[in-house]
Design a protein. Sequence first.
Length: 122
Amino acid sequence: MENSFVKASANMSCVWYNFDVNQEDASNSICVICEGKFSRGGNDIKNYTTTNFISHLQLKHPRIHKNFSEMDYLLSNERKSNNLNNDRKQIKLDNFFERKSYWKHDHPTAIRITKLIADMII
């Protein structure tokens, strides 16, 4: 049986290492350990889930489930870390100053900020 998913997909659950999509009925998947057949959560692709697979591993293959849980946790943290790093790009100083507008020296906000800075220095 050949899996129709790429096993190394960045956002795919690790549970797919233990299941293959049923080639005859894509709404079902087959456990590669015991060859049990499990629903993917309905007939509509929008409703597909891995909950049944995870429950099956937990009940029938607890050692595999433990390994899956640890791997999924590690990959989940790695994905979060990568997303944080990708979202936080430091702006160049030149660009920062180019896009900022300044208050005139007699503007109330400029006066208040100047006073606050002076109070911190003194």
